[in-house]
Write a new protein. Structure first.
Length: 174
C-alpha cells in the first residue's frame, strides 16, 4: 500500500493517528521532510497542567476551618477554663483521631486541618482565643488568615490559561 504525503505528494513514511471527537480516528500521512516541518511549525507544547487539586483543597479546607474556629471561639469556649479544660481535651482527642485518619487515608487536607485543630485547641489559653468578650484581636487576625488561605486555595484551583499558537499546523490536503 503506497500512501502519498498530504503536503507534497511524496511517498509517506510517517503516519500520525489522532482520536478526534465527532470524527473518530483520523490518520494523517507525511513524508519525513514534511513531518519534520510540521513538527517545527505546530505548537506541540501541551497546555499547562492545572495545579494539584489536593493542594488547593488543603488551602481551602484549612482556611475555612481557621476562619470558622476563630469566628466562633467564644461559642466553642476553648479558652474559657484556665489551664487545659474539658473542651480543649475533647478537641485535641478528636484532632488526633482525624490526623491519624488523614494520614492513613492519604488525604492531606484532613491531616492538615486536624493538625491545625490540635494546635489551636491545645494553645487556646496561650493564644487567648475565646477569652475576650466579643470579637477580639486574635479572632480578627485568625479569621483574616482563614480568608487569605481560602482565597489562595481558590487561586490555585482556577483553570489554567490556554496558550494560543501564532503558527498553525499545515492544512490537511484533500
Amino acid at each position: 500500500m503506497n500512501t502519498a504525503c498530504e503536503t507534497c505528494g511524496a511517498p509517506a513514511r510517517v503516519f500520525v493517528s489522532n482520536q478526534l471527537p465527532g470524527r473518530g480516528k483520523v490518520v494523517r500521512a507525511f513524508c519525513i521532510a514534511c513531518a519534520d516541518r510540521a513538527e517545527q511549525t505546530c505548537d506541540l507544547v501541551q497546555p499547562a497542567a492545572p495545579p494539584p487539586l489536593s493542594l488547593a483543597a488543603v488551602y481551602i479546607a484549612t482556611g475555612a476551618f481557621v476562619a470558622a474556629l476563630c469566628a466562633a471561639a467564644d461559642w466553642v469556649r476553648l479558652g474559657e477554663q484556665p489551664g487545659f479544660g474539658l473542651y480543649q481535651l475533647a478537641a485535641l482527642l478528636v484532632s488526633v483521631v482525624l490526623f491519624l485518619s488523614g494520614l492513613v487515608m492519604r488525604t492531606p487536607s484532613v491531616a492538615v486541618v486536624a493538625f491545625l485543630m490540635a494546635g489551636l485547641s491545645a494553645f487556646a489559653d496561650w493564644i487567648q482565643i475565646g477569652l475576650v468578650e466579643g470579637f477580639g484581636w486574635w479572632q480578627r487576625i485568625g479569621t483574616a488568615v482563614g480568608v487569605i488561605l481560602i482565597v489562595r486555595g481558590l487561586w490555585l484551583a482556577r483553570p489554567p490559561k490556554r496558550r494560543t499558537s501564532g503558527g498553525a499546523c499545515p492544512p490537511r490536503a484533500t
